[in-house]
Design a protein around this ligand. Structure first.
Ligand code: HEC
Length: 196
């Protein structure tokens, strides 16, 4: 208790009712500010920052398949960069691009973002994909996006592969645990996505 508060407190107990109103005002004025500041501090300490913590994960692990169809030119048609690339070697870009022309390969046959789901744009991401909203602000456990980070998940009648989707013939490899935790926390904190 600071001096003003204790003064107010002791004053309050003896004061006439008429004075209580004034004391109340002082108390409110005195308390409100510190309370707000404390709230802010708590957030700064443990809050997830979308731009700093989350977007880079999406960019690195998801956006190559989940983005606007026209964002990287063709994106459709047979023989995308890399194609099947048996050498598997240093194709252009990570892994030679999402799947190239494999039938139903990751990235799909090229019409638009994989699963109809985009992670390069706020409105599109919040809208969700083929199976509806994948991000439920405040509820990571109910968010398809979060569930898929560890295992395949049911969505309607379908089972959606775990994400990031493994290349054909390869095993699913989850993103690092701490990244999964960050995404969970981000969704639980309301999935705030500031406008770019
Ligand atoms: C290699 C391409 C690829 C990468 C990388 C990838 N995905 Fe996907 N994603 C797909 C495909 C293809 C689908 C369609 C469903 C399926 O194939 O099971 C899909 C579906 C989804 C869906 C379901 C959309 C719906 O409504 O059906 C979500 C959510 C999703 N991905 C999230 C992510 C997240 C988050 C990441 C990054 C951690 C990621 N994906 C990385 C290819 C990819």
């Amino acid at each position: 208790m600071n001096p003003i508060q204790s003064a107010v407190a002791s004053f309050k107990s003896y004061a006439l009712p008429a004075v209580v109103g004034v004391a109340g005002c002082i108390a409110v004025a005195g308390l409100l500010v510190p309370a707000r500041a404390a709230e802010k501090d708590a957030k700064a300490e443990k809050g997830v920052d979308f731009v700093k913590d989350i977007q880079p994960i999406f960019k690195e692990s998801c956006v190559k398949c989940h983005k606007a169809p026209d964002a990287r030119g063709p994106g459709r048609g047979p023989g995308g960069p890399g194609g099947a690339a048996p050498a598997g070697g240093p194709g252009p870009g990570p892994g030679g691009g999402p799947g190239g022309r494999g039938p139903g390969g990751p990235g799909g046959p090229g019409r638009g973002p994989a699963g109809g789901f985009r992670l390069d744009d706020k409105a599109a991401a919040m809208k969700g994909g083929k199976h509806g909203a994948a991000i439920v602000p405040g509820k990571a456990e109910d968010s398809l996006l979060y569930k898929l980070l560890t295992a395949p998940a049911k969505a309607g009648d379908d089972e959606v592969s775990a994400m990031p989707k493994a290349k054909r013939g390869e095993e699913f490899k989850a993103i690092p645990d701490d990244q999964i935790k960050l995404i969970k926390q981000w969704i639980d904190e309301g999935a705030k996505w500031p406008k770019q």
